[in-house]
Write a new protein. Structure first.
Length: 114
């Protein structure tokens, strides 16, 4: 199993970024996918999740209305569209899935700063 995140970077407050996570090595369409983030000195937190078929999504309260999780099962990819970014969104963002064990990507840095 491999999860490879991309799309992070430096953005000003109020800006947008779209993160991607390319998955391989398992039957992607069968599994829920999640985005976590970890800020310096803080615990890793669940940001958003999406069901295997893409019908059901959940978000942590701090990103509701600003972030959108989606997936393309034909491309084995999950996305996180992040709008109206705030400095407190600064973190390393990780893609996650659980098959017979937990898998993580390597993470992509998102920095929101003026």
């Amino acid at each position: 199993v491999q999860l490879v995140e991309s799309g992070g970077g430096l953005v000003q407050p109020g800006g947008s970024l779209r993160l991607s996570c390319a998955a391989s090595g398992f039957t992607f369409i069968n599994y829920d996918m999640r985005w976590f983030r970890q800020a310096p000195g803080k615990e890793r937190e669940l940001v958003a999740s999406i069901s295997s078929g893409g019908v059901s999504t959940t978000y942590t309260d701090s990103v509701k209305g600003r972030f959108t999780i989606s997936r393309d099962n034909g491309k084995n990819t999950v996305y996180l569209q992040m709008n109206n970014l705030k400095p407190e969104d600064t973190a390393v963002y990780y893609c996650n899935t659980v098959t017979w064990r937990v898998y993580w990507g390597q993470g992509t840095q998102v920095t929101v700063s003026s």
